[in-house]
Design a binder for this molecule. Structure first.
Ligand code: GLU
Length: 483
């Protein structure tokens, strides 16, 4: 192994959304570079012009920004090895493809679409029959002069075995006869992914290629290209598959049927970028000598190493992500939580509601930011209810007892000057003592009357504080009438 600084890259194709598997690849590439003081590069692989999606590059860059995966070189930031968008590097690839032809490791192929289609129909996906592999120099010259469209294909050796060492999966070998003479340069002059990424990784001095394991078996073709040019091969770090749990308990490749799979969707559902990053860091990597699960990005940088990457597939667990998210929400300061949730609360709550205090009540009780709005329906409006909610065994309450309590506390509350939790609590406690009733029973009656539902984020007096005096008394009056 050479001792030069580690340089990794994240090379997404702009598809319009960031799959969490891709984000995990970016994260591991970033961590590998940053855990060793190396550099992290971003390169956009957009040579498949047919599949271009508008705005897709912005989605990628925005995701990296939100997750704080800062890159040293890449689009916008620039750098000494740019451009970092493959379509802007189009001219670079042709020269290398022609060089390979000259060296005998690639060849011009003039086969028409019709011929290839016919082959495909006859042989299935079996692939190309190497028809143009042995054209004479003269034939090639004539066709090129006549302006016949062509592609350039890799000339894979017909015998032998090609092997490489993957840092996670170990030795990977493929019989050369199993490999296709894949296209390197397309008829439109654009390179294929197979070719472009090799050229770019070399020119950008990438030392470690970190990517999904779907490339594990095609990598022998890529190392043949490095060998043909006489270039040093990079280290390969293929990551385990990301799976999702199906309804029948089995697992399959993580996809939409398992739930949200894009970073943006998770954020829209109320997950925090830092919690997502923390969770996916552990989906395929394990820190050494610790059971710790909560890691900041800096801590991940300190702890990350290739040895901790697992080769068995990891299963994405939405419940576990929720747990991480609730831990991250709890770690927020009350101000930070309120800043994020108050705008949502303000939008749905009537003016009399103290949204700051409501946010404080919800802070330790939600696992996603969006749950905030799901939990406050009873604050937004008075819900229909049945009087049996007033019956509670532990506090020995009945609807009848609750009616008495409410009638008695009503004038006390009406005269209460300071409408805050502490004052209200003391007031109800003092009433309980004077009337020889259990505090629990008094609180139960009032809480059910003002909330009109059994489970609430906060007790009777906290809820009254949030609702304000007028609305709280309005609800108590309504409760007395209904009982
Ligand atoms: N553009 C490829 C993809 O998005 C990158 C694979 C690689 O990292 O080499 O799958």
């Amino acid at each position: 192994m050479s001792s030069k600084a580690i340089r990794t890259r994240f090379a997404p194709s702009p598809t319009g959304f960031m799959h969490i598997g891709n984000l995990r690849t970016a994260l591991y590439a970033y961590l590998l570079a940053k855990s060793t003081g190396g550099q992290f590069i971003v390169r956009i692989e957009d040579t498949d012009q047919v599949r271009l999606v508008e705005g897709a590059v912005d989605v990628i860059l925005k995701t990296l920004e939100m997750t704080k995966l800062d890159y040293d070189e890449g689009p916008v930031a620039g750098g000494p090895n740019g451009p970092y968008i493959q379509s802007e590097r189009k001219d670079i690839y042709k020269k290398y493809a022609e060089e390979l032809v000259e060296m005998g490791h690639a060849y011009y192929c003039f086969c028409s679409q019709e011929r290839l289609q016919q082959l495909h129909d006859e042989n299935g996906v079996g692939g190309y029959d190497r028809h143009c592999r042995d054209l004479s120099q003269e034939e090639i010259r004539q066709k090129l002069e006549a302006g016949e469209p062509y592609v350039i294909r890799q000339k894979i050796p017909l015998t032998g075995v090609t092997s490489y060492y993957d840092e996670v999966f170990g030795e990977i070998s493929t019989e050369n006869k199993e490999m296709q003479d894949q296209i390197l340069l397309k008829a439109d002059g654009y390179p294929t992914y197979n070719f472009a990424h090799v050229i770019d990784d070399h020119l950008m001095n990438v030392t470690h290629v970190v990517r999904g394991s779907e490339y594990l078996t095609s990598t022998p073709k890529y190392v043949l290209l490095y060998d043909a040019f006489g270039w040093e091969r990079p280290h390969y770090v293929h990551l385990p598959l990301l799976m999702g749990q199906n309804e029948d308990g089995k697992v399959s490749k993580l996809s939409k049927r398992h739930g949200a799979v894009s970073f943006q969707d998770l954020v829209n559902m109320g997950y925090l970028p830092a919690a997502i990053v923390n969770y996916i860091a552990l989906l395929g990597w394990c820190p050494k000598d610790t059971n710790k699960e909560i890691f900041s990005l800096d801590e991940l940088k300190e702890n990350f190493s290739i040895e901790g990457i697992n080769k068995s597939p990891s299963v994405f667990d939405y419940e576990k992500l929720k747990w991480f998210n609730s831990e991250y929400i709890k770690m927020m300061s009350p101000e930070e939580f309120a800043e994020k949730t108050e705008p949502m609360l303000k939008e749905i709550c009537p003016d009399h509601v103290d949204t700051r205090k409501l946010a404080n009540l919800l802070h330790t009780r939600v696992s996603t930011l969006n749950e905030v709005t799901d939990m406050v329906g009873f604050i937004v409006s008075r819900l229909p209810m049945e009087s049996d909610l007033y019956t509670n065994k532990k506090n020995k309450t009945t609807p009848e007892l609750c009616r008495q309590i409410l009638e008695e506390v009503k004038p006390l509350l009406e005269n209460c000057g300071n409408w805050d939790n502490d004052t209200l609590f003391e007031l109800l406690k003092a009433y309980a003592a004077e009337s020889s009733r259990k505090v629990g029973a008094v609180m139960w009656a009032v809480r059910i009357a003002v909330a009109r539902q059994a489970v609430t984020p906060g007790g009777a007096t906290e809820l009254m504080e949030v609702l304000g005096k007028e609305e709280s008394l309005g609800r108590i009056n309504q409760a007395i009438e209904e009982l």
